[in-house]
Design a protein around this ligand. Structure first.
Ligand code: A2P
Length: 275
């Protein structure tokens, strides 16, 4: 595994496992154990996914040392509506995960009129040493600019939808200029677009003797973006971290950048129905 360094010195694995959509008929604990055995060092969950306990059990079952695994979770919208909501949500997450600290704690969505207050709560949790780093998720440039007027601790990361069909170049460049690590969710376009079978991606897969998914994940990393692909399949778990033995040439990175079509597979953070 390789790592990016966050703005407070904490190291984040370049690829982690996203667990937002583990089907109910799949043994999620086994998925987490399989991922850790395959070499994953990071698991990304959230209060909203309702599976923090499963992640906690998987980590315990795997026998990995606590410091060997980077755990991300997030405070959801309901908890942002009251001043003490985020602290209570954090304590509940810690309990469900059965951990005594979280590596990265994020605001899941920039709840209108509330996210600054929520971030203040995250800063207090950070100052108490209960999280290694704090950050934001689904924040666009205008949300970050609003938050910037109030933050004491700069967010270490912004996690948002990022794949070749939705590059959000403005947000990425803004975050990278501010030294805020971008983390891509749905880095493969969630499998629901034709991205994995598109001409450019398949021809690059042939060129580098890699799979389309590996090309797209490598494109994320080569753009300085960490990624949390989701899969419950053991072969694809392995495939998605087997990307550290090659690099894309600059022209190929640019060819993939040019696929951007502004296609979202998850809702827009400015859509009121997100809240
Ligand atoms: P599956 O769980 O059957 O592997 P994203 O992380 O962009 O949201 O994409 C997740 C989707 O992509 C899931 O449907 C997952 O299906 C599929 N997927 C994950 N890894 C791969 C891969 N290496 N090749 C093809 N599809 C993949």
């Amino acid at each position: 595994m390789e790592y990016f360094k966050l703005n407070n010195g904490v190291m984040i694995p370049k690829v982690g496992l996203g667990v937002s959509q583990i089907p109910s008929d799949v043994d999620g604990v086994a998925v987490v154990v399989n991922a850790i055995e395959a070499g994953y060092k990071a698991i990304d969950t959230a209060e909203f996914y309702g599976n923090e306990d499963m992640v906690g059990k998987g980590i315990k079952t795997s026998g990995v040392a606590r410091e060997g695994i980077f755990v991300t979770t997030k405070v959801h919208n309901q908890a942002q509506q009251t001043d003490d909501g985020p602290i209570k949500a954090f304590e509940a997450s810690l309990k469900k995960l059965d951990l005594d600290y979280i590596d990265l704690y994020l605001i899941h969505w920039p709840y209108p009129g509330r996210f600054v207050q929520t971030y203040k709560a995250l800063e207090s949790i950070y100052k108490r040493g209960l999280v290694k780093a704090i950050g934001i998720s689904n924040f666009k440039q205008h949300h970050i600019q609003e938050l910037e007027k109030h933050w004491e601790v700069k967010p270490a990361a912004n996690q948002y939808e990022h794949h070749p069909y939705l590059t959000q170049k403005d947000v990425r460049e803004y975050c990278q200029d501010e030294d805020i690590q971008v983390i891509a969710y749905s880095p493969l376009g969630r499998g629901s677009t034709d991205l994995l079978t598109s001409d450019i991606i398949t021809s690059l897969a042939n060129k580098y003797a890699k799979t389309p998914a590996q090309i797209i994940l490598r494109w994320n990393i080569d753009n300085g973006v960490a990624a949390i692909p989701k899969t419950t399949n053991i072969a694809r778990l392995r495939e998605n971290i087997n990307i550290f033995d090659f690099k894309l040439e600059k022209a190929d990175i640019e060819a993939i950048n040019s696929l951007n079509q502004g296609i979202r597979v998850i809702r827009d953070p400015d859509d009121p129905s997100s809240y």
